[in-house]
Write a protein that binds this ligand. Structure first.
Ligand SMILES: C[S@@+](CC[C@H](N)C(=O)[O-])C[C@H]1O[C@@H](n2cnc3c(N)ncnc32)[C@H](O)[C@@H]1O
Length: 291
């Protein structure tokens, strides 16, 4: 792995994914892969992933999608996973080594800033690793550049926050318990983050400006059991550790923490089934061609 520039336009994301954000993904990898896997496979199918393809996996994280694609492209194909998180890439490398895979490689690189060291990928793919760029047009131009002329782009990203009750409900339940001055200002929906590609018109414009053609966006909103867990208390432990209300919980006294947890539990309760807390989690499956 080479070093990634920790200053630069994505400094904040680099810090996040090398601290709490990355650590959470490493710690809970199995549960998160279980939850996110179906979205990735849908994007692989939409992108026409096939034997022999040379694939760039953008924001590959702990490597689950890269490893799955390396098996699908066979020994004549290759997958290069790139990411800004050393801790997540270390996990990815360990997994690939453990499985003795020889056609998957991982590189520490900021897709917006760094060169990807080649220019002839068949497919640029991402499973929720493409919405965090300070300037998405610049980053996607970089991706466009490293595809060969018949190259394709296929990725999955979340729709807008209001379509993701598993995240939105948590904040809605906790906000009334915070003093007025502690409530966060409404987030900019277009700022780098999980929902920044939610607006299809904006996403279409970004991809067009980056040079992509034949842009298609299909909604995909399966019902998912949160974090693959069946027990409500385990779901709450997990959700409050990785979710957006975590920062507020850290500031609360014991009594308020218990009240806040009760509030999130009450909001999740209507969705509790034998399979766990089951909600729709709406993503886009996006495809485009280089030319
Ligand atoms: C939500 S995680 C998804 C990880 C993985 N694709 C998965 O599905 O488990 C987002 C990933 O994007 C990576 N990322 C964010 N900004 C990036 C950038 N500018 N260049 C490369 N990777 C980036 C993060 O480090 C993180 O691993």
């Amino acid at each position: 792995m080479n070093g990634v520039e920790t200053a630069g336009p994505n400094a904040e994301q680099i810090k996040f994914w090398n601290s709490d954000g990355g650590a959470n993904f490493v710690r809970h990898q199995t549960a998160l892969d279980g939850m996110l896997g179906p979205y990735g496979r849908k994007a692989m199918a939409a992108g026409g992933l096939k034997n022999g393809d040379v694939v760039l996996d953008i924001g590959c994280g702990c490597g689950d999608s890269s490893i799955e694609m390396s098996r699908r492209v066979g020994t004549t194909g290759e997958v290069v996973g790139v990411d800004i998180s050393e801790v997540m890439l270390q996990r990815a490398e360990d997994l690939a080594a453990h499985q003795e895979l020889t056609n998957v490689f991982f590189e520490l690189a900021d897709v917006e800033v760094d060169s990807m060291h080649r220019d002839s990928f068949d497919l640029a793919f991402s499973r929720f690793g493409i919405m965090f760029f300070n300037d998405p047009v610049v980053a996607l131009r970089n991706v466009h550049k490293v595809l060969h002329d018949e190259g394709r782009l296929a990725f999955t990203c979340w729709q807008t926050l209001d379509k993701s009750p598993w995240i939105a409900l948590q904040m809605q339940s906790v906000l009334p318990l915070l003093a007025e001055e502690d409530r966060p200002a409404p987030a900019d929906p277009n700022a780098p983050g999980p929902f920044s590609f939610g607006n299809p018109d904006r996403l279409n414009k970004i991809l067009t400006e980056a040079g992509f053609c034949n842009i298609q966006m299909e909604p995909y909103a399966p019902s998912v059991a949160l974090f693959g867990l069946k027990d409500m208390e385990e779901v709450l432990d997990f959700a409050l550790e990785v979710g957006p209300a975590k920062a507020f919980f850290a500031e609360m006294d014991k009594k308020t923490t218990a009240t806040a947890r009760d509030a999130v539990r009450a909001a999740y309760q209507p969705y509790l089934t034998d399979e766990g807390v089951v909600m729709e989690a709406a993503a886009w499956i996006v495809t485009a061609d280089k030319t």
